[in-house]
Structures are given as structure tokens and as C-alpha cells.
Design a protein around this ligand. Sequence first.
Ligand code: ADP
Length: 667
Amino acid sequence: MVTESPMPSAVGAGSRERAGRIGRRARPRSPDAGVTRGEIIQAILALVCGVAIFAVDTFTPLGSAVAVLYGIVVMLASGVSHGWQLVRLAYVCILLTVTSYLLVHGVSYGTAPFLRFIVSLSAIFIATALVLRNQASNEALRAQAALLDLTHDAIFTRSLEDRIAFWNRGAEELYGCPAAEALGASPHQLLHTEDTADVPAISAELLRAGHWEGELTHRRRDGAQVVVASRWAVRYDESGRPVEILESNTDITNRKRADAELRRSEARYRAIFEGARVGIWSADYTGVKARLNELLAAGELAGPCAPEIAAHARTAEGFMPDLLGRITDIEVNDALVRMSGARDRADLIARVDQMLAPEATAPFSGLLQALVGQDVAYEAETPFRTFAGEPLPTWMSVAITRSDGRDRLLITVTDLRPRRHAEEALARAREDLAHANRLATFGEFTATIAHEVNQPLAAISANGAAALRWLDRPEPQLGETRAALERIIRDGRRASEIVAGIRGMLKKSDPQYARLDIPQLIDDVARLVQRELQARGATLKVRTAPDLPAVRGDHVQLQQVLINLLINGAQAMAGTPGPRTLEVNAELADDEHVLVQVRDSGAGISEENMGRLFGAFFTTKPDGMGMGLAICRSTVEAHGGRIWAERPDGPGALIAFSLPTAQAAAA
Ligand code: ADP
């Protein structure tokens, strides 16, 4: 006879055999499913019993209520017959009982056999009813067990003696362990619950509170680790004694892995954020964008572009502070705090409006344009101010991300002060070098300079002597004297011009950018180097295009460029046979550039040296420094121009440079 009570309440007695039965019965099996061997035996037994009872009841003179035993037939048949089948069997048993009674006793009432007959019929009826009720509850149980198998969670029950009594399909799948193997085993040994879980403590807590939940690490049958969210609950019997424990485990291995990866990536991001040497400002600008759109819709803001936003910022008081107040969820790193001179992060966030120098309005407006215009990035040089009020030139780079209707900006701020200092130091070093180069060049020119200055001085002396002679005449020749005095004045001016020019070249002063006439510049240089060139047997030929536009530059620096090129040219021609001609040609390269070429008829430049002429310290001269062309290049480039060497057809070398016209430089 089947006596199991519904699952999971049926489990709990703790015996392995009992638990095994329940575990197996928990598999959902419809009544129509194939019958087991045990059930066939039961059916045969039922048939044999039925036949035997009929025979004994009908053909033996036993006066007892043998037909009562038909109830056992019904019970035995319950394994293979269900519902109406069982009812029909009960009818057969009743029919057999009636038949036996009529055959043995005929139609008689009120006798003792008749009473036994009634008792037998009642027994068949009661047994059938009980079996039907039991079958119905078993069906409900099967349905519940089938439900437990539908879930992906691993669900099992275990006795208080720690033996598994029920093991659902989810558990089979999660742990890779069939129910047949799991049933009766200790779950913590079977699943290798990790030592980190204090199972005795958990069990104690479970018995105290009636339930427990937490995370456990188990091992599958194949050795792989699984992390589960585990919920334990105690089932009590009617008297309140704990009977068994229901454990439900949800596999969270992948979620844990994803969580761990997320945490790792967050930690990485945090480390970058905190450790970055650039300042970082990350914040939610959704409110700022909404406000700008409101102003645009209301027509208060003329347009969504940076110039219009900047114009509005200049005229509408409180516009910028209002926008800054709408930035939320702000995160800043220490580098930005240090850069700004704020006390701490909170101080920086609270007073960030003080960093917005008036000059920062334009780049900040560009950022707002990018925000409203759905751009994803923006960058600009932005002059902020430190909290101490000092200029803070920066490069601001903005990445805009949009998700869930929110606009988040990640702004990196690079402090340009160290770079500016380095640039200034570099410019100073370049000027010092150029100055040293000029001194060195003029050192070589001393004879020329002496001659240049001497010439007008000698002329002044001669004219002075002549003037005196004209005056000493019995009849002073005033006209001649006047002419001599005029020449003295002219030569005096000339001498002082030469001295001023040389002083200008030798004096160390900051570059003075002004409009410069290239033909005039060439003329000045030609006068300075004329004698030097003559001494080297070189003839200078200058050709300048008419109406050449002016360039913008420093007179002394550009003179130095030309002097270096001319002296190099003259040196390259030293010792070469034939006429030594230095040609200087100035013309318009294109609408925006003036081109100056210096060509000599010297030894020329080898292919190999072409690429390194302008490098510092490259020289082929025994007493050369190798800085002349390097200085020419840095000077020309500082003027926004370009310098290069060419190997012209025929002898010699050609060094050319181009400079932007004053108009182009101003644009
Ligand atoms: P330095 O005159 O001290 O050598 P520069 O930088 O002025 O330094 O010149 C570097 C080198 O370039 C020279 O040593 C020379 O080899 C080459 N060079 C410069 N100008 C010419 C030229 N006009 N013709 C041939 N070689 C030249």
C-alpha cells in the first residue's frame, strides 16, 4: 500500500531508503506513463487475491466476512489502476461479492450472513474511496514536484542529519550530479561547500531563526566552482519540531564574475581618475542643456552657437552662474584641485565660477554649443584663473556621453603653465644663441666695421680741412665751405647710422615685430657685408621684384638670417675658380608669401648633407660652429615662415626662405 505524504512534507524522517523513494517519486510521472515491475507484481497479486477470495467466499463453508478482503484487491490494484479504472474494479469486486452471496445464501435478508455481506460491501466501498483520495493527493504532489523541476534553481531538501532527501532537476543541472547519486549524501560534502562558509554557524542561525540566506561557493561534479545565492528554510512538524531543511540555490557565478569585472573596471577607472596628472571634471549637464533649450525656445538666446551664447553671457547678468548652478553629480580629481588652488574638492565645486576668467567665456560657450548641438567632443585652449586670481592657461578637452536622457561631460584640463614656461625658456635660449651668433659673426667683421666707420670719418676730416681752407682764403669761399659742411653732416649721419646699425645687431633686446620692407632689409645687409664679400672676391647681385608687399618681423633677426646666408655663400665660394657671384633674389611666392633666395656659385651641397644642414652643430668647416643655419631656421619658423636648401642646376647652392606677408600674418 502506498502511504507517502505530499512532498516536501513527506521528507524528513531521515532514512536513506525513505528519502530515496521520495526523491524518485518527485519526478513528475503521469498515471498513464509506463508501469514498473513492482506495479505489475501488485496487479498480478491483486488478480490472484481476487480469484482466491471469490473461491473461498463461494465454495468454502467459512462463515466469516471473507469478501472484506476485496478491499486489499482494490489497494493492490491502485498501483496500476487509477480513477474510473479503479471504480470499475470496485464494481467487479462488489459484483463478485453479490454473486457469492446469492450462490451461497440465496435471497435472504436480516440473517448474519446478510450482515457480513453488508460489511464486506462497505469495506470495498471505503477502501476504494480511500485509495481514490490518496491517488488524488498523490497527483497533486506530482504536479507540485513537476513545478519544482521546472525552476532553474537547484532545490533540495535535507534531513537534520544532513542527508539529501529530495534533489530537483535544477540541482542535477547546476551541479552536474544526478538525483540517484545525490540522494542520501551530505550536501556539504557532495558540493564541497567552501571553507569560507562557516556551515555550523549558519546551521545554528538557521535553527534559531528558521531561515538563512547568503552566498556560498560550491563545486560541481566536474570540479568547476559555482557561486550560489542560497536560501535555507526549516520545516517544522505540527508539534513545532524541526523536521527538515529546504535549500534553494540560484547560480550567480556569471553575475558575480560580471560584478567582479565591473568592480575591477571601476577600480581601474578610479585609479586613472585619481592618479591622472591632468585635471578631471566629470558631471551631469542635463540641467544646463535643458536651460539653454528653454532660453532658445523663449527667444532669449539668439542662437545655439558659441558667439551668440558668449554675447548673451556678456549682457545677461547671472547667466553663467545660473548655468553653473545647474551642473549636478560633480566629480573632480586631486590634480584639478591642486591646479585651481582650491582647499579641497568641495571648495573647488562650490567656487568653480571664480575660475571662469572673462577670457574663458568664449571657450566655455563653445562647450555649451557642443552640448546643445549633440556633439560628442569639444576641445579648446581655455584661460582659467586660479583661486589666487592668477592666470591658469589650460587645454580643455571634453567628451560628451548621452544615455537614459542624461548628458554627462568628462572634461580633462591640462595645465599649460609648465609648457608655457618651457616655451619661454626655449625662446630665451634661442635669442641668447642668436645673439652669440651675431657677436661671433661681427667678431669676424671687425675689419669691415672699422673700415665702414672709418670711411665717413676720414671723409669728415677731409671735408673739415677743406672747409677751413675755403674759409682761410683772403676771400672766404662761403659756397664751397657750405658744401663741405653739408658733406660733413651727411658723412656724420652715415657714420652714426652704421654705428647704430651695428649696435642694434649686437645689442641683446627682445624681438620687435614691425612691418618690414624686404628690399630695404637686403640693402641694409648688403651695406654691412659688402666689404667682407669683396675681401673674399665675391660680387653681390641683388634682384628684387617691384611692389613687393611688406612682411611682419624683427629687423635685427631677419638681418641676421640674411647675413648668415650671405657669409655662408661667400665662404662656400672661397677657393673656387671662376667668377664668384652671390645672387639675392626677392619676389612674391604666392599671394601670401614673400620668397627670398640666396644663390652662390660655390662648392655646393652634397646629397648626403642636404638633410642635416639645418640641424644644430652640423658643420663641415674646421672652425665652424654649425649653428648659423639652425638659428636661421628657428628665426624663420618663429616668423611663421619656412627655410630650405636646393641644389640648383649648375654650380653652387641655393638657400631659400619664405615669410608670410604682413597682411597674411595679421589675418
Ligand atoms: P657653420 O657656418 O658654422 O658651419 P652653418 O649652420 O651656417 O654653420 O652651416 C652648416 C653647414 O652647412 C656648413 O658647415 C656647410 O657645410 C653647409 N653650408 C651652409 N651654407 C652652404 C652653402 N651656401 N654652400 C655649401 N654648403 C653650405
